[in-house]
Design a protein around this ligand. Sequence first.
Ligand SMILES: Nc1ncnc2c1ncn2[C@@H]1O[C@H](COP(=O)(O)OP(=O)(O)OP(=O)(O)O)[C@@H](O)[C@H]1O
Length: 380
Amino acid sequence: MDVFNMEGVSFRHHDNLPFVLKDVDLSIPENGRTAVLGANGAGKTTLFYSLTGVYKPSKGEVLYRGKPVEYTKEGLTELRSEVAVVLQNPDEQMFSSTVEEDVAFGPMNIGVPRDEVGERIDRALRDVRMSDYRWSPLQQLSGGQRKRVAIAGALAVRPKVMIMDEPTAGLDPQSSMEVMELAERLHLEGVTVIISTHDVDLAYTWADGVRVLRHGHMIYGGDSEGFYEDIDNVLLSGLLRPSTFSMNREISSISGVDESPYPKTVSEYLAKFGGGNGVTGRIFCIPYSGGPVGDRYAEAVREAGDGARIGLYGTESRYAATDESEKIDFYFDGIDSCLSEAVLGRDSVLIYDSVYEPMVREKAGRLSVFGADIDMQVIG
Ligand SMILES: Nc1ncnc2c1ncn2[C@@H]1O[C@H](COP(=O)(O)OP(=O)(O)OP(=O)(O)O)[C@@H](O)[C@H]1O
């Protein structure tokens, strides 16, 4: 089932201006992780405005769950109760004076009861690490902080579809990681996530599928490799190949192995190109869903041995580990870092928010495609 379809959509801002979207056909699968790629000015933001009904196509049709979008007040309110968007420039969607009011705006607008709005604000601000700024005036925040508040506002709607225009642009590296963790969490919770980005490396590791815009034309829809194989197409689109894709191509040709399967992470890379000696290490897993982790941490470290590295994944685990001041080696990207340890034959401990359990399994499972079977042992 697709959540969005575009059929022959063209859009221009005015009759005497050129078309910005040109005869675009598009489908976005439900619960997918879709990245929309394209150079500056290719039409990504315009595409997102068209999906959310801000722009009405000059020609063609936008369908949400198989039904044409209705450009009435009721039709658009209904659409926006399910589809949240975070704009590239957060100032374009902030009209309140404080952080709390701004995050409350979306849920209030769709009629969420007042006491539940309070809970949603708590959770959303915690997710983006902005709880301490709840009563701050928006104009006193930095650009990156405003972006995180805008993301909190979208999260508070509890949308079925989350559209994020350049979600990591302007964010520091740790905040970028946290936003991508959130995108993963939404995906695991069944939300359809669509992002636009110029960051081909980020899109390559994260997305299930890419859609590529070039001068308003949708020139590609499919898996990443299908697009990056054709270097002329990549360059004409104003993009570059992801570094992991290029390195795999070069090293595969030097080593005389097939390019496929394509490694997308460090651990997959190490597994494919023999970083270890064939003997994998174990990962002692601590799924975290509240409460102290001290006992389970001590048990996991006892099992893994004193030198074992410790990794984290997810905001709640990071809050918990910081509170309890355990020794942590990988504060961010703990899943891939522990998987790399395992490929290199070393035991490790991984603490992650329990919502990420299927992702941990999936990523460990993917390593078997590269010949590394990882022993995952859950503690507690
Ligand atoms: N209000 C407007 N009036 C006229 N043209 C516009 C308007 N807004 C955008 N455009 C034009 O539409 C084209 C597509 O812009 P859009 O913002 O969708 O690109 P983008 O792919 O999101 O670019 P970027 O990566 O730089 O954010 C550009 O050529 C831009 O100049």
